[in-house]
Design a protein around this ligand. Structure first.
Ligand code: AOF
Ligand code: ZN
Length: 347
C-alpha cells in the first residue's frame, strides 16, 4: 500500500465521524501535508450545513505552512456555492500545489477538477475509488437516482433462521453483535419495521426517526417503539399528524402496503436512507428494493425446517430464480459474524 492509500484510509476514518449527522451530504474526511510530506492538519465534514472536510482541515492552519503542500480527501473538492463557499477556492487561496482524491463528486453542480487544474494545481484521482464509493453509497444513490437508499439488517442462525416456529428469537446473536446494530442504525436517516415485529417483540429500536408499516393500525401506541423519536406510520385509510406520529394513507396491493409508494414518500419527507429491521415477510417484500444487507450470523443451527426464515418473499421452483448478491465484507463480533452484501446489478 502506498502512502496515498494510507492517507486515504485515514480520510475514510475521519469521514465516518460524520455518520448520522451529515445527511443528505456525503461523508468526507481530509488530510493536509506540508511541502515536505508531513501531516499538518486533518478535518472532516461533521454536520449538514457546516464546513466541508477541506475547509475544516485548512482553517486549523494559521501560518501558511500548507503552501506548496498536498491535500488528500476522499471526494473531489466542491466548486459551487451551497450552504458553504467552494472548497476549491480555499485550496487555491491557501497555495496548495497538489490535490489527491478518491472519487469524482456525482453532484452535477460540482467540477472541482476543472477549477483546481485551471489554477495550476496538480490533481491525482482514483485512489481507493471503490472503497470511497462504498463509503458514500447512500449519497451516490440519492444524487444519481433521486431515491431513498434501503439497507436491511437481519440476524440469523447458520441455517438462515430468525426464530423458531412459535416465534422464540431472544437471542440469536451475542451482545457484541447487538451493540454493532446500534452503530449501523446511526448511519441511516430512519429505521423501518412492521406491525408484526412491534407486536411480537415490543422493541425500542432507539433512533431519531422510525417508520412503522401497520396497515390496519394493530399496534398499541403504548409500545416501546413509540416512546421516543419522530414516528411515521404507513397505514390504510388514515392521514393526519398526532403529536410525534404522522399517519400516511398508503395504497394497498394484494393486501400489502405498496412499497414503491412508501419509498417515494420517504424521499419526499427528506428521509434519504432507511434501515429495515423486521421479520421474514417484510424482509421478503423489501428484498427487491434493497441496496445493502447487513447479515449477522450466529454459530447455531435450529435444524428445524419450520423455524422462520430471514426472507419469506415468494415461492420459487427454480433455484436460478434466487436473487443474487455480491459479498462485500466479513467482520467478527465474537462469537458471531457480520456479513455485508450488495445486490448483483442485473441491468
Ligand atoms: C466537499 N467536501 O466535505 C463535502 C462536499 O450545501 P453544501 O455547501 O454543504 O454543499 C453540499 C454539496 O457539496 C454536496 O451535495 C456534495 O456535492 C458536496 N459535499 N464536498 O468538497 C465535503 N461534504
Ligand atoms: Zn466543499
Amino acid at each position: 500500500m502506498n502512502n496515498y492509500e494510507t492517507l486515504m484510509k485515514r480520510c475514510f476514518e475521519l469521514a465516518r465521524q460524520g455518520e448520522g449527522a451529515v445527511s443528505p451530504n456525503p461523508l468526507v474526511g481530509c488530510v493536509v501535508l506540508n511541502k515536505d510530506g508531513e501531516v499538518i492538519s486533518e478535518g472532516y465534514h461533521s454536520k449538514y450545513g457546516e464546513n466541508h472536510a477541506e475547509r475544516d482541515a485548512l482553517l486549523k492552519l494559521h501560518n501558511g505552512e500548507e503552501r506548496g503542500g498536498t491535500l488528500v480527501v476522499n471526494l473531489e473538492p466542491c466548486s459551487h456555492f451551497g450552504k458553504t463557499p467552494p472548497c476549491a477556492d480555499l485550496i487555491i487561496e491557501r497555495g496548495i500545489s497538489k490535490v489527491v482524491f478518491a472519487m469524482r463528486d456525482v453532484n452535477p453542480k460540482v467540477d472541482g477538477v476543472k477549477k483546481l487544474t485551471d489554477a495550476g494545481i496538480k490533481v491525482v484521482s482514483g485512489i481507493l475509488e471503490n472503497e470511497a464509493k462504498k463509503l458514500n453509497d447512500v449519497f451516490i444513490k440519492n444524487i444519481t437516482e433521486r431515491k431513498t437508499f434501503v439497507a436491511l439488517k437481519t440476524a440469523t442462525t447458520l441455517d438462515g433462521k430468525i426464530a423458531t416456529s412459535n416465534g422464540s428469537s431472544k437471542w440469536i446473536t451475542s451482545e457484541n453483535a447487538r451493540n454493532e446494530v446500534k452503530v449501523i442504525r446511526n448511519r441511516y436517516d430512519a429505521i423501518l419495521t412492521s406491525s408484526s415485529t412491534v407486536i411480537a417483540d415490543n422493541p425500542t429500536m432507539a433512533h431519531r426517526k422510525k417508520i412503522i408499516l401497520d396497515r390496519n393500525l394493530k399496534t398499541d401506541l403504548t409500545a416501546n417503539i413509540y416512546k421516543k423519536g419522530q414516528v411515521y406510520i404507513f397505514c390504510s385509510g388514515k392521514s393526519c399528524i398526532d403529536g410525534n406520529i404522522t399517519y400516511i394513507d398508503t395504497p394497498v396491493n394484494d393486501e400489502k402496503l405498496d412499497i414503491s409508494f412508501i419509498l417515494e414518500k420517504l424521499y419526499e419527507l427528506g428521509i434519504y436512507s432507511v434501515l429495515v429491521e423486521a421479520g421474514g415477510k417484510l424482509n421478503g417484500s423489501f428484498l427487491p428494493y434493497t441496496d445493502k444487507i447487513y447479515h449477522f450470523i450466529a454459530p447455531k443451527i435450529t435444524s428445524d425446517n419450520t423455524s422462520r426464515s430471514a426472507f419469506d418473499g415468494k415461492l420459487i421452483t427454480d433455484i436460478n430464480d434466487s436473487q443474487q448478491f455480491i459479498f462485500d465484507e466479513v467482520k467478527e463480533f465474537p462469537p458471531d459474524l457480520l456479513l455485508t452484501y450488495y445486490p448483483m446489478d442485473i441491468s
